[in-house]
Write a protein that binds this ligand. Structure first.
Ligand code: FEO
Length: 393
C-alpha cells in the first residue's frame, strides 16, 4: 500500500511478468492494475479493483491496511483488468456497493454476473460524500469502452481517469520519476487503446482543463504529479497535427518487395522525410501503432500470396484500420508472380482511414529500372503532398 495523499492510497498490483494484453497487445515493460483506496471520515471507497490473476495482491493490501469494512467500490470501467476482482471483493465486504454509471452496470451484470442489488448507479456530475472527502463523477466515454467514467476527488484535487493517460509500465515508483520512459510507455498505450477515440479524447481534455488537478492517478502505470506533462502530450497526439514522416510497414518473401522497400527508404531519406520501416515478420505491433500516432503517410509493402496480400500485410492494414490514426496519405508497394488483387484487397481493408491514396507501385517479379523510377515518383508525390498540406515547408 502506497500513499498518494493523506488517506488516499494505491492498493493495486504490479504485473512485472505479463507480456501480452487482450491476447493482442505486447507488454514489453509489464503493467500495473491500479486500485485506489480513499478513507473518508465517514465512508471508505475503493476505486477499481485489479485483474483477476492478481486478486490476492489487492486483498492482501486491503487486509494489511486493516480495512475490515468497505462502503463503495467505484468501477470506472467494465474491462476485467479493473473489474475482474469485484466479485471476490464483494464477498469479503458484503456491505459494499458497486458505484457505476448505467452502462458500466449493464456490462458488469453481463460480464461478471454481479447481482442487481449490489449496485449504486450514479450519473455524470453527481457527487458522493465520504465525510471529509467528496467524489465527483464525470462520464468520459470511450477511453477504451463506451461506459468509462472518471472520479475527481474534490478536496485533494486528484483525477482518477480510468484507462485515459495510462501506461503499461511495471515500476516500483508510485509517481512519475523518469518522464521520458513514462512518456514513451504512455504513447504506446495511447496508440493501442486511445487513438481510435481521438475526438473523444479532445473533448475530455477540454473538460479536464476546467478543473484544478494536482495529481492524475490512472488505472495503469505511475501517478502523474505534474499533470501538465501528460495532458500536453495527449493534446498533441490527439490533435490533427501530423509530422513529415512515413511509416513503411513491409513483408518480403523472396526479396522483390525488400529491394523496393530499401530503395524507397533511400529516396525518402534523400528528400528529407523521416522514414520508420517496420518489418512485419519481426516487429512489435505496439511499435508500429506508436509510429502511426504522428506520421503523415503510411505505405504498406507486400508480396502477393495466393492472389492476395501477405497475411502479415493484411494484419497491418486491419490494425491500422481499427486504430484509425490521423494519417493523411497512404500507398501500397506490391510484387507478384503471375497475378492477383493484393492492392485492391489491402485498400478494402483500410476503409476506415480518411486518407488520400498515392499511386501504388505494382511490380512483376524482381523490380527493374522503370519500377525504381516509379518508386522515385511515389516518394516525390509523398513530399509534394506533405508540402501541399503544410506539413513540411
Ligand atoms: Fe485497463 Fe480497458 O482496461
Amino acid at each position: 500500500m502506497r500513499q498518494l495523499r493523506p488517506d488516499v492510497y494505491e492498493v493495486g498490483a504490479i504485473d512485472w511478468d505479463r507480456r501480452l494484453f487482450d491476447e493482442l497487445i505486447p507488454l514489453p515493460d509489464g503493467t500495473s492494475y491500479n486500485a485506489y483506496l480513499i478513507k473518508g471520515s465517514e465512508k471508505i471507497a475503493l476505486l477499481d479493483t485489479v485483474d483477476p490473476t492478481k486478486t490476492d495482491v489487492l486483498v492482501g493490501n486491503l487486509v494489511s491496511a486493516g480495512i475490515d469494512h468497505l462502503d463503495y467500490i467505484v468501477a470506472h470501467h467494465g474491462e476485467q483488468d479493473h473489474s475482474g476482482s469485484i466479485p471476490d471483493v464483494l464477498t469479503i465486504y458484503p456491505d459494499a456497493k458497486v458505484v457505476v454509471n448505467q452502462k458500466c452496470k449493464d456490462l458488469l451484470v453481463s460480464h461478471l454476473h454481479i447481482e442487481e442489488d449490489r449496485f449504486l448507479v450514479i450519473t455524470d456530475g453527481q457527487t458522493l460524500s465520504l465525510g471529509n472527502k467528496t467524489l465527483r463523477f464525470m462520464d468520459i466515454p470511450w477511453v477504451h469502452w463506451p461506459e468509462t467514467f472518471a472520479t475527481y476527488l474534490v478536496e485533494d484535487r486528484i483525477l482518477f481517469p480510468c484507462d485515459m493517460f495510462g501506461s503499461h509500465l511495471a515500476t516500483s515508483s508510485l509517481f512519475v520519476d523518469d518522464w521520458p520512459t513514462v512518456e514513451r510507455a504512455a504513447k504506446r498505450y495511447y496508440a493501442e487503446i486511445m487513438m481510435p477515440f481521438r475526438s473523444y479524447i479532445r473533448k475530455h481534455l477540454a473538460r479536464f482543463a476546467g478543473i484544478q488537478i494536482e495529481l492524475i492517478a490512472p488505472s495503469h502505470g505511475p501517478v502523474y504529479d505534474k499533470p501538465g506533462l501528460i495532458m500536453d502530450v495527449y493534446a498533441d497526439w490527439s490533435s490533427d497535427r501530423v509530422k513529415n514522416e512515413v511509416v513503411l510497414a513491409f513483408v518480403s518473401m523472396h526479396n522483390s518487395t525488400r529491394r523496393m522497400v530499401s530503395h524507397l527508404i533511400e529516396v525518402l531519406m534523400d528528400l528529407g522525410i523521416t522514414v520508420r520501416p517496420f518489418n512485419l515478420s519481426r516487429t512489435d505491433i505496439g511499435e508500429l501503432a506508436m509510429a502511426l500516432v504522428d506520421a503523415a503517410t503510411l505505405v504498406l509493402a507486400t508480396p502477393t500470396v495466393l492472389v492476395g496480400p501477405h497475411p502479415l500485410a493484411a494484419y497491418a492494414a486491419t490494425l491500422a484500420n481499427a486504430l484509425r490514426p490521423k494519417t493523411r496519405f497512404a500507398s501500397i508497394v506490391c510484387s507478384y508472380g503471375w497475378g492477383g488483387k493484393a492492392i485492391e484487397q489491402l485498400q478494402g481493408l483500410m476503409g476506415n482511414l480518411k486518407v488520400e491514396l498515392i499511386d501504388p507501385v505494382l511490380v512483376k517479379g524482381l523490380p527493374r529500372d522503370e519500377d525504381y523510377l516509379a518508386l522515385d515518383r511515389m516518394a516525390q508525390q509523398i513530399l509534394d503532398k506533405h508540402k501541399q498540406a503544410g506539413i513540411v515547408q
